[in-house]
Design a protein around this ligand. Structure first.
Ligand code: ZN
Length: 184
C-alpha cells in the first residue's frame, strides 16, 4: 500500500471509524471453540467529542500524579480534537491530492499517525508508549516504541522521515538478550 492509500486509511479512522476482528473462546460440549466477531468502532473524532474522561485503576488507588499517571480528561480530548482540526485544515491540500509531493504525503501520514496514536491512548485502546533508548530496529534502523508499563511487545517506530517498517520484537527476547550481555 502506498503512502497516499495508507493516509486515506488512517484518515478514515478519524472520520468514519474502523472494523476490528476479535477472537474469543467459548466452552462447548466438544471442548473449547474459537469464535470470531467483528466490532465496528465509531470514528475517533466522534469518540473524542463524547469522551467524558477515564478513571484508571492507578488513579483509583490514589497514586500520586506523576508524569503520565494522570488519567485523560474530557478537556484533554477537546485539546486533541482542536489539534486534529488544525492538522486537517493545514494538511488539506495534501490529504485531497493523490499527486502531492511524496515527501509531503509521508510527512502528513506521520502527523496523522501520531494524532491517531494519541487519540487511541486517550480513549483507552492502547497503553501509553515511549521510545526505547539504546535500541534500533534490526530491519530499518528506526526507533523502537514500547508501552511505558511494558505491557506490549516492542514495535518499530520508523525514522523521522520514513514510516515504521512493521517489525515487532518480543519484550521477553529483549530481556533475555539483555541478561546474556550481562553474563561474561
Ligand atoms: Zn523497522
Amino acid at each position: 500500500m502506498d503512502a497516499y492509500a495508507q493516509l486515506q486509511q488512517c484518515l478514515a479512522e478519524f472520520h468514519q471509524g474502523w472494523n476490528e476482528r476479535r477472537e474469543y473462546k467459548i466452552r462447548t460440549s466438544g471442548g473449547l471453540e474459537i469464535r470470531v466477531e467483528a466490532i465496528r468502532h465509531p470514528s475517533l473524532i466522534r469518540q473524542l467529542n463524547t469522551f467524558q474522561g477515564r478513571v484508571t485503576a492507578r488513579a483509583e488507588r490514589g497514586a500520586p500524579n506523576g508524569p503520565g499517571s494522570r488519567p485523560p480528561s474530557s478537556l484533554d480530548a477537546l485539546e486533541l480534537l482542536h489539534e486534529i482540526n488544525t492538522a486537517l485544515t493545514a494538511w488539506q491540500p495534501v490529504t485531497v491530492c493523490e499527486s502531492a509531493d511524496p515527501d509531503d504525503t509521508r510527512a502528513c501520514l506521520r502527523a496523522f499517525r501520531d494524532l491517531r496514536r494519541r487519540a487511541r491512548w486517550l480513549l483507552g485502546y492502547d497503553p501509553p508508549t515511549t521510545l526505547l533508548d539504546g535500541h534500533v530496529c534490526d530491519h530499518c534502523g528506526g526507533a523502537l516504541r514500547v508501552a511505558t508499563d511494558w505491557s506490549t511487545d516492542i514495535r518499530c517506530a520508523g525514522h523521522p522521515d520514513t514510516p515504521p517498517c512493521g517489525t515487532e520484537y518480543s519484550r521477553w527476547q529483549l530481556a533475555v538478550d539483555h541478561i546474556k550481555e550481562l553474563i561474561p
